[in-house]
Unconditional design. Structure first.
Length: 162
């Protein structure tokens, strides 16, 4: 018995700040992002959840676009880190370890939301493509939840008491 070849999609594009990127995604192993010759491993969990119910080709294309979106929106997580780490008056009511842990998640989630916003702005199939209503609802719920968590966790870290 012969095995079906694994289907893949690849895109090469330059970011707005002139960084050459080569992104390859396959149905078996969702991501391989290569930037200026360096591979950046990335977990495929987010794309696995939000591309449910889409045809394979659309799934691969939107996944690759999402990965490129991470590079295009790089200033967003950088600015977010600066805001989180900026010294403020007063002291936090929460222990340092919890702020570091929440900050790590908050940073990643903010970047995911930025990358997917880029996808949605550039390719309407991200939310318009036909798919089972349950999968479409999952898409909306997932991103609403992520955006909410990002705001809530940012507030958690910034909160100060005199
Ligand atoms: Zn992502």
């Amino acid at each position: 018995m012969t095995k079906e070849p694994i289907r893949a999609y690849q895109r090469q594009e330059e970011t707005w700040y002139h960084l050459p990127a080569e992104i390859r995604v396959t149905e078996a192993h969702l991501h391989r992002v290569r930037v200026a010759g360096v591979s950046l491993p990335h977990p495929g969990l987010v794309n696995w959840i939000v591309r449910r119910g889409l045809p394979l080709q659309t799934r691969l294309e939107l996944t690759a676009l999402h990965e490129f979106g991470h590079l295009q929106t790089l200033p967003v997580p950088l600015l977010h880190v600066v805001i989180l780490a900026w010294p403020r008056r007063g002291h936090s009511p929460y222990p340092l370890w919890s702020r570091l842990l929440v900050g790590l998640f908050s940073h990643q989630v903010a970047w995911e939301v930025a990358a997917e916003s880029y996808v949605a702005a550039r390719d309407a199939r991200a939310y318009r493509a036909a798919r089972p209503p349950r999968d479409k609802a999952l898409y909306v719920l997932f991103w609403s939840g992520m955006a909410f968590f990002s705001l809530l966790s940012t507030w958690f870290i910034l909160k100060r008491e005199e």
